[in-house]
Design a protein around this ligand. Structure first.
Ligand SMILES: C[S@@+](CC[C@H](N)C(=O)[O-])C[C@H]1O[C@@H](n2cnc3c(N)ncnc32)[C@H](O)[C@@H]1O
Length: 326
Protein backbone atom coordinates (compact mmCIF):
# COMPACT_ATOMS: atom_id res chain seq x y z
CA UNK A 1 0.00 0.00 0.00
CA UNK A 2 1.72 3.22 -1.19
CA UNK A 3 -1.11 5.70 -0.99
CA UNK A 4 -0.75 8.52 1.58
CA UNK A 5 -3.61 10.96 1.75
CA UNK A 6 -1.32 13.52 3.42
CA UNK A 7 -0.05 14.41 -0.10
CA UNK A 8 -3.57 15.21 -1.31
CA UNK A 9 -5.30 16.66 1.77
CA UNK A 10 -7.26 19.82 1.01
CA UNK A 11 -7.14 19.27 -2.78
CA UNK A 12 -10.05 20.23 -5.04
CA UNK A 13 -11.29 16.63 -4.74
CA UNK A 14 -11.27 16.80 -0.93
CA UNK A 15 -13.10 20.12 -0.90
CA UNK A 16 -15.84 18.75 -3.16
CA UNK A 17 -16.16 15.43 -1.26
CA UNK A 18 -16.17 17.09 2.16
CA UNK A 19 -18.64 19.80 1.10
CA UNK A 20 -21.07 17.02 0.14
CA UNK A 21 -20.27 15.02 3.29
CA UNK A 22 -21.08 18.07 5.41
CA UNK A 23 -24.38 18.68 3.57
CA UNK A 24 -25.40 15.07 4.29
CA UNK A 25 -24.41 15.42 7.96
CA UNK A 26 -26.36 18.65 8.14
CA UNK A 27 -29.42 16.82 6.82
CA UNK A 28 -29.01 13.88 9.21
CA UNK A 29 -28.86 16.27 12.17
CA UNK A 30 -32.18 17.82 11.28
CA UNK A 31 -34.18 14.87 12.63
CA UNK A 32 -34.00 13.90 16.30
CA UNK A 33 -33.32 10.15 15.75
CA UNK A 34 -29.68 9.17 16.15
CA UNK A 35 -27.57 8.30 13.10
CA UNK A 36 -24.35 6.42 12.43
CA UNK A 37 -21.58 7.15 9.95
CA UNK A 38 -19.43 4.29 8.69
CA UNK A 39 -16.22 5.62 7.10
CA UNK A 40 -14.56 2.64 5.41
CA UNK A 41 -11.31 4.34 4.33
CA UNK A 42 -11.01 7.05 6.94
CA UNK A 43 -7.44 8.36 6.54
CA UNK A 44 -5.42 10.15 9.22
CA UNK A 45 -8.17 12.36 10.66
CA UNK A 46 -6.46 15.75 10.51
CA UNK A 47 -3.69 16.87 8.14
CA UNK A 48 -0.86 19.34 8.70
CA UNK A 49 -0.78 21.67 5.69
CA UNK A 50 2.70 22.90 6.67
CA UNK A 51 4.16 19.36 6.36
CA UNK A 52 6.59 18.27 3.64
CA UNK A 53 3.97 15.82 2.30
CA UNK A 54 1.27 18.46 1.92
CA UNK A 55 3.67 20.82 0.20
CA UNK A 56 5.33 18.39 -2.19
CA UNK A 57 2.54 18.67 -4.73
CA UNK A 58 0.89 21.60 -2.95
CA UNK A 59 -2.57 20.38 -3.99
CA UNK A 60 -4.25 22.25 -1.16
CA UNK A 61 -3.24 25.58 -2.70
CA UNK A 62 -5.63 24.85 -5.60
CA UNK A 63 -8.28 23.47 -3.29
CA UNK A 64 -9.04 24.67 0.19
CA UNK A 65 -6.73 27.69 0.02
CA UNK A 66 -8.59 29.03 -3.03
CA UNK A 67 -11.94 28.45 -1.37
CA UNK A 68 -10.95 30.17 1.89
CA UNK A 69 -9.48 33.12 0.01
CA UNK A 70 -12.63 33.49 -2.12
CA UNK A 71 -14.74 33.45 1.03
CA UNK A 72 -12.56 35.96 2.88
CA UNK A 73 -12.58 38.30 -0.13
CA UNK A 74 -16.37 38.08 -0.38
CA UNK A 75 -16.29 36.49 -3.84
CA UNK A 76 -18.76 33.72 -3.06
CA UNK A 77 -22.49 34.28 -3.48
CA UNK A 78 -24.46 34.23 -0.21
CA UNK A 79 -26.31 31.00 -1.04
CA UNK A 80 -23.00 29.22 -1.68
CA UNK A 81 -21.56 30.51 1.62
CA UNK A 82 -24.67 29.27 3.42
CA UNK A 83 -24.40 25.80 1.90
CA UNK A 84 -20.67 25.62 2.63
CA UNK A 85 -21.05 26.79 6.24
CA UNK A 86 -20.96 23.26 7.76
CA UNK A 87 -17.63 22.69 5.93
CA UNK A 88 -16.10 26.11 6.57
CA UNK A 89 -17.07 26.17 10.25
CA UNK A 90 -15.11 22.98 10.93
CA UNK A 91 -12.04 24.28 9.09
CA UNK A 92 -12.38 27.62 10.87
CA UNK A 93 -12.47 25.93 14.28
CA UNK A 94 -9.15 24.17 13.53
CA UNK A 95 -7.28 27.25 12.36
CA UNK A 96 -6.41 30.77 13.46
CA UNK A 97 -8.35 33.22 11.23
CA UNK A 98 -6.39 34.04 8.06
CA UNK A 99 -3.79 31.27 8.66
CA UNK A 100 -4.67 27.93 7.14
CA UNK A 101 -2.41 25.28 8.70
CA UNK A 102 -4.60 22.26 9.36
CA UNK A 103 -7.18 20.49 7.24
CA UNK A 104 -9.75 18.01 8.62
CA UNK A 105 -10.25 14.62 7.02
CA UNK A 106 -13.64 12.93 6.76
CA UNK A 107 -13.67 11.57 10.37
CA UNK A 108 -12.93 15.03 11.75
CA UNK A 109 -15.76 16.61 9.73
CA UNK A 110 -18.09 13.88 10.92
CA UNK A 111 -17.02 14.20 14.54
CA UNK A 112 -17.72 17.91 14.46
CA UNK A 113 -21.39 17.26 13.60
CA UNK A 114 -22.13 14.20 15.76
CA UNK A 115 -24.66 14.76 18.53
CA UNK A 116 -24.56 12.92 21.87
CA UNK A 117 -26.26 9.74 20.56
CA UNK A 118 -24.81 9.71 17.06
CA UNK A 119 -21.93 7.34 16.26
CA UNK A 120 -18.93 7.08 13.94
CA UNK A 121 -17.09 3.93 12.89
CA UNK A 122 -13.82 4.64 11.08
CA UNK A 123 -11.67 1.96 9.41
CA UNK A 124 -8.10 2.57 8.24
CA UNK A 125 -5.38 0.11 7.26
CA UNK A 126 -2.19 2.11 6.68
CA UNK A 127 0.18 2.19 9.68
CA UNK A 128 0.92 5.93 10.03
CA UNK A 129 -2.62 6.96 9.16
CA UNK A 130 -4.25 4.75 11.82
CA UNK A 131 -1.84 6.01 14.50
CA UNK A 132 -2.75 9.59 13.62
CA UNK A 133 -6.46 8.74 13.39
CA UNK A 134 -6.42 7.12 16.83
CA UNK A 135 -4.62 10.13 18.30
CA UNK A 136 -7.11 12.62 16.87
CA UNK A 137 -10.24 10.63 17.78
CA UNK A 138 -9.06 9.50 21.24
CA UNK A 139 -11.33 10.17 24.21
CA UNK A 140 -14.55 10.47 22.24
CA UNK A 141 -16.93 7.67 23.25
CA UNK A 142 -19.10 8.24 20.20
CA UNK A 143 -16.29 7.15 17.88
CA UNK A 144 -14.70 3.75 17.27
CA UNK A 145 -11.62 3.46 15.07
CA UNK A 146 -10.49 0.12 13.68
CA UNK A 147 -7.22 -0.87 12.07
CA UNK A 148 -8.86 -3.03 9.47
CA UNK A 149 -9.62 -3.43 5.80
CA UNK A 150 -12.42 -1.06 4.91
CA UNK A 151 -14.17 -3.52 2.59
CA UNK A 152 -14.30 -6.03 5.46
CA UNK A 153 -15.55 -3.25 7.73
CA UNK A 154 -18.31 -2.46 5.24
CA UNK A 155 -19.55 -6.05 5.43
CA UNK A 156 -19.16 -6.21 9.21
CA UNK A 157 -20.83 -2.93 10.24
CA UNK A 158 -23.68 -2.69 7.73
CA UNK A 159 -26.51 -2.55 8.67
CA UNK A 160 -25.93 -0.41 11.77
CA UNK A 161 -28.23 -0.62 14.79
CA UNK A 162 -29.53 2.89 14.12
CA UNK A 163 -32.00 3.07 11.26
CA UNK A 164 -30.46 6.24 9.82
CA UNK A 165 -26.97 6.90 8.63
CA UNK A 166 -24.30 7.30 6.01
CA UNK A 167 -21.66 4.99 4.61
CA UNK A 168 -18.68 6.83 3.09
CA UNK A 169 -16.57 4.66 0.80
CA UNK A 170 -13.42 6.48 -0.21
CA UNK A 171 -10.75 3.97 -1.30
CA UNK A 172 -7.31 5.02 -2.58
CA UNK A 173 -7.80 3.72 -6.16
CA UNK A 174 -4.25 2.43 -6.37
CA UNK A 175 -5.63 -0.19 -8.74
CA UNK A 176 -8.25 0.16 -11.47
CA UNK A 177 -9.94 -2.85 -9.81
CA UNK A 178 -11.27 -0.44 -7.18
CA UNK A 179 -13.90 0.79 -9.68
CA UNK A 180 -15.20 -2.79 -9.94
CA UNK A 181 -14.93 -3.34 -6.22
CA UNK A 182 -16.91 -0.18 -5.60
CA UNK A 183 -19.97 -1.32 -7.56
CA UNK A 184 -19.70 -4.92 -6.34
CA UNK A 185 -19.43 -4.01 -2.66
CA UNK A 186 -22.15 -1.38 -3.05
CA UNK A 187 -24.48 -4.15 -4.26
CA UNK A 188 -23.65 -6.36 -1.25
CA UNK A 189 -24.07 -3.52 1.25
CA UNK A 190 -27.36 -2.37 -0.30
CA UNK A 191 -28.74 -5.92 -0.09
CA UNK A 192 -28.16 -5.75 3.69
CA UNK A 193 -29.19 -2.13 4.25
CA UNK A 194 -31.31 -0.69 1.47
CA UNK A 195 -32.34 2.51 3.24
CA UNK A 196 -28.96 3.91 4.27
CA UNK A 197 -27.32 6.84 2.53
CA UNK A 198 -24.15 5.87 0.67
CA UNK A 199 -21.47 8.19 -0.74
CA UNK A 200 -18.88 6.55 -2.99
CA UNK A 201 -15.91 8.59 -4.19
CA UNK A 202 -14.04 7.92 -7.44
CA UNK A 203 -11.28 9.67 -9.39
CA UNK A 204 -11.77 10.91 -12.95
CA UNK A 205 -8.71 10.63 -15.17
CA UNK A 206 -10.25 9.35 -18.40
CA UNK A 207 -13.92 8.44 -18.96
CA UNK A 208 -13.59 4.68 -19.57
CA UNK A 209 -13.60 3.26 -16.04
CA UNK A 210 -15.97 5.97 -14.84
CA UNK A 211 -18.61 5.30 -17.49
CA UNK A 212 -18.30 1.55 -16.95
CA UNK A 213 -18.90 2.10 -13.22
CA UNK A 214 -22.08 4.04 -14.00
CA UNK A 215 -23.21 1.31 -16.40
CA UNK A 216 -22.75 -1.41 -13.77
CA UNK A 217 -24.61 0.62 -11.17
CA UNK A 218 -27.44 1.29 -13.63
CA UNK A 219 -27.80 -2.47 -14.14
CA UNK A 220 -27.50 -3.26 -10.43
CA UNK A 221 -31.19 -2.74 -9.72
CA UNK A 222 -30.36 -0.28 -6.93
CA UNK A 223 -32.78 2.66 -7.09
CA UNK A 224 -32.13 6.31 -6.24
CA UNK A 225 -28.54 6.75 -7.39
CA UNK A 226 -27.48 10.35 -7.98
CA UNK A 227 -24.12 11.08 -9.64
CA UNK A 228 -22.21 14.31 -9.08
CA UNK A 229 -18.92 15.02 -10.85
CA UNK A 230 -16.57 17.97 -10.64
CA UNK A 231 -14.08 18.37 -13.52
CA UNK A 232 -11.21 20.86 -13.16
CA UNK A 233 -9.26 20.18 -16.37
CA UNK A 234 -10.02 18.58 -19.73
CA UNK A 235 -10.36 14.81 -19.46
CA UNK A 236 -7.72 14.32 -22.17
CA UNK A 237 -4.67 13.36 -20.10
CA UNK A 238 -5.55 10.02 -18.46
CA UNK A 239 -2.44 10.14 -16.23
CA UNK A 240 -3.71 13.20 -14.40
CA UNK A 241 -6.52 13.59 -11.88
CA UNK A 242 -8.82 15.77 -13.96
CA UNK A 243 -11.85 15.53 -11.77
CA UNK A 244 -13.63 13.43 -9.20
CA UNK A 245 -17.06 12.02 -8.72
CA UNK A 246 -19.47 10.95 -6.02
CA UNK A 247 -22.09 8.27 -6.32
CA UNK A 248 -24.88 9.12 -3.88
CA UNK A 249 -27.33 6.34 -3.09
CA UNK A 250 -30.52 7.40 -1.28
CA UNK A 251 -29.33 11.01 -1.16
CA UNK A 252 -31.22 13.36 1.16
CA UNK A 253 -34.09 14.88 -0.82
CA UNK A 254 -32.49 18.32 -0.37
CA UNK A 255 -29.12 17.36 -1.85
CA UNK A 256 -29.82 17.55 -5.58
CA UNK A 257 -31.03 21.15 -5.29
CA UNK A 258 -28.02 22.04 -3.10
CA UNK A 259 -25.62 20.50 -5.62
CA UNK A 260 -27.23 22.50 -8.43
CA UNK A 261 -25.96 25.56 -6.57
CA UNK A 262 -22.64 24.22 -5.25
CA UNK A 263 -21.30 22.40 -8.31
CA UNK A 264 -21.17 25.35 -10.73
CA UNK A 265 -19.64 27.54 -8.00
CA UNK A 266 -16.93 24.97 -7.21
CA UNK A 267 -16.25 24.25 -10.89
CA UNK A 268 -15.65 27.96 -11.54
CA UNK A 269 -13.51 28.40 -8.45
CA UNK A 270 -11.38 25.25 -8.58
CA UNK A 271 -10.77 24.92 -12.35
CA UNK A 272 -7.10 24.50 -13.38
CA UNK A 273 -7.22 26.67 -16.48
CA UNK A 274 -9.69 29.42 -17.32
CA UNK A 275 -12.96 27.92 -18.49
CA UNK A 276 -11.89 24.31 -17.87
CA UNK A 277 -14.28 23.73 -14.94
CA UNK A 278 -17.25 21.47 -15.63
CA UNK A 279 -19.73 19.46 -13.60
CA UNK A 280 -22.28 16.70 -14.05
CA UNK A 281 -25.34 16.08 -11.94
CA UNK A 282 -27.62 13.29 -13.07
CA UNK A 283 -29.58 10.30 -11.86
CA UNK A 284 -28.03 6.93 -12.72
CA UNK A 285 -31.23 5.34 -11.43
CA UNK A 286 -34.33 7.13 -10.26
CA UNK A 287 -36.97 6.11 -7.71
CA UNK A 288 -37.66 2.89 -9.55
CA UNK A 289 -34.51 1.31 -10.94
CA UNK A 290 -34.82 -0.92 -14.00
CA UNK A 291 -35.76 -4.36 -12.79
CA UNK A 292 -32.94 -6.89 -13.15
CA UNK A 293 -33.52 -9.25 -16.08
CA UNK A 294 -35.20 -12.45 -14.94
CA UNK A 295 -33.56 -15.67 -16.09
CA UNK A 296 -36.72 -17.34 -17.43
CA UNK A 297 -39.30 -15.56 -19.58
CA UNK A 298 -42.56 -14.99 -17.72
CA UNK A 299 -45.38 -17.02 -19.39
CA UNK A 300 -48.05 -14.85 -20.99
CA UNK A 301 -51.43 -14.84 -19.18
CA UNK A 302 -54.04 -16.98 -20.89
CA UNK A 303 -57.04 -15.70 -18.91
CA UNK A 304 -59.45 -13.28 -20.56
CA UNK A 305 -58.60 -9.62 -20.02
CA UNK A 306 -60.84 -8.02 -17.35
CA UNK A 307 -63.88 -6.17 -18.62
CA UNK A 308 -63.33 -2.45 -19.05
CA UNK A 309 -64.45 -0.35 -16.09
CA UNK A 310 -66.95 2.34 -17.02
CA UNK A 311 -65.23 5.75 -16.73
CA UNK A 312 -67.70 7.05 -14.11
CA UNK A 313 -66.96 4.14 -11.74
CA UNK A 314 -63.20 4.47 -12.28
CA UNK A 315 -63.13 8.16 -11.37
CA UNK A 316 -61.77 9.18 -7.97
CA UNK A 317 -64.02 10.74 -5.37
CA UNK A 318 -62.62 14.13 -6.27
CA UNK A 319 -63.38 13.78 -9.96
CA UNK A 320 -66.73 12.09 -9.56
CA UNK A 321 -69.73 14.07 -10.76
CA UNK A 322 -71.81 15.57 -7.96
CA UNK A 323 -75.21 13.83 -7.45
CA UNK A 324 -77.99 15.92 -8.93
CA UNK A 325 -79.95 17.79 -6.28
CA UNK A 326 -83.61 16.89 -6.15
C1 LIG B 1 -8.63 8.72 -0.09
S1 LIG B 1 -7.94 8.31 1.43
C2 LIG B 1 -9.21 8.62 2.59
C3 LIG B 1 -9.49 10.03 2.89
C4 LIG B 1 -10.56 10.25 3.91
N1 LIG B 1 -11.74 9.44 3.66
C5 LIG B 1 -10.95 11.71 3.92
O1 LIG B 1 -11.90 12.06 3.19
O2 LIG B 1 -10.36 12.49 4.64
C6 LIG B 1 -7.96 6.57 1.40
C7 LIG B 1 -7.44 5.96 2.69
O3 LIG B 1 -7.66 4.55 2.64
C8 LIG B 1 -6.58 3.91 3.28
N2 LIG B 1 -6.60 2.51 2.82
C9 LIG B 1 -6.01 1.94 1.77
N3 LIG B 1 -6.40 0.67 1.64
C10 LIG B 1 -7.28 0.44 2.65
C11 LIG B 1 -8.07 -0.67 3.04
N4 LIG B 1 -8.03 -1.82 2.35
N5 LIG B 1 -8.88 -0.55 4.08
C12 LIG B 1 -8.97 0.61 4.78
N6 LIG B 1 -8.24 1.70 4.46
C13 LIG B 1 -7.42 1.61 3.40
C14 LIG B 1 -5.38 4.71 2.89
O4 LIG B 1 -4.32 4.53 3.79
C15 LIG B 1 -5.95 6.13 2.94
O5 LIG B 1 -5.74 6.71 4.18
Amino acid sequence: MNYRHAFHAGSFADVFKHAVLCRILNYLREKPAAFRVIDTHAGAGIYDLTSAEANRGGEWHDGIERLMKAKEEGQLPDNVVTLLAPLLDVIGALNVPGKLKAYPGSPAFTRAWLRADDRLIACELEGQAIVSLNRHMRGDDRIKTFEMDGWTGLQAYVPPPERRGLVLIDPPFEEAADYHRLSHMMGLAHAKWATGIYALWYPIKGRGDVDELAKRLRKSGIPKILRAELIVSPVSDPKRLNGSGLILVNPPWTLERELEILLPALAGLLERQPNSGRYTLDWINGEAAPVKPIAKPVPKPTAKPPAKTPPAAAATGKDRAKPKSR
